[in-house]
Design a protein. Structure first.
Length: 221
């Protein structure tokens, strides 16, 4: 932050909050621009502008400023801050695959496991909503690798059965996902889940059932 009079700085923040509370947009933006000028932080300036536009329900303007902030944070390799901005953007546009993908990439860079799983799950739901089932399948494969938990197993099982019922894929397009799923179940020592899954799978697809049994046999070697 540039060297400025702290009293003036605090007064400016107070005036900004007051303008927002009174719904005086032009005055609020004027005060904000003075504040931004005093900051030695371009990304934060864009972020604050986005916040003000959100407070006045000007969503498109907020998205524009947040996008600039996110790009600047990434350029400066401030990835935690960038992820926070994309969280704001997703809150404004929950159906945006672009923002969900950006979060997935950022949390991979940051190696924040729980957030990576969360963002991938959000992305999976968006692929399903758009009926982009190949993308959804590939996202599930990544999720199983990252988080072999009951929640992800249930999600995978439901996806496989739904894909078979509605004929989303050919046999070969489900093999990799099925193998990863079976391998993860075995590694998790989840024999009950394996048995239940195979009993339903046998009724839906004899070819995939045979393939799944081969995967089990390979795990026993």
């Amino acid at each position: 932050m540039k060297q400025i009079d702290s009293d003036k700085y605090n007064v400016a923040w107070f005036k900004l909050a007051e303008c927002v509370s009174r719904h005086e947009k032009e005055r609020a933006l004027g005060v904000l621009h003075l504040l931004v000028h005093s900051l030695d932080d371009v990304a934060l300036g864009y972020k604050l502008e986005g916040d003000v536009y959100v407070s006045f329900n000007e969503i498109e303007n907020a998205i524009t400023r947040y996008t600039l902030a996110a790009k600047e944070y990434q350029r400066e390799k401030r990835f935690f801050e960038a992820a926070g901005i994309y969280g704001n953007l997703i809150a404004l546009k929950p159906k945006s695959k672009e923002y969900a993908l950006a979060l997935v990439r950022l949390y991979k860079v940051l190696n924040v496991h729980a957030k990576q799983v969360e963002s991938l799950t959000t992305l999976f739901d968006l692929w399903i909503d758009e009926q982009l089932y190949l993308r959804a399948r590939d996202t599930l494969k990544e999720l199983i690798f990252l988080d072999p938990s009951y929640k992800i197993f249930s999600l995978t099982q439901a996806f496989i059965f739904d894909a078979l019922d509605k004929k989303y894929f050919e046999f070969r397009e489900l093999k990799d996902l099925l193998k990863r799923y079976i391998d993860s179940l075995v590694m998790s020592d989840n024999s009950t889940e394996v048995t239940q899954f195979l009993s339903v799978l046998e009724a839906k697809s004899s070819a995939l059932y045979g393939f799944a049994c081969n995967c089990l046999d390979e795990n026993k070697k």
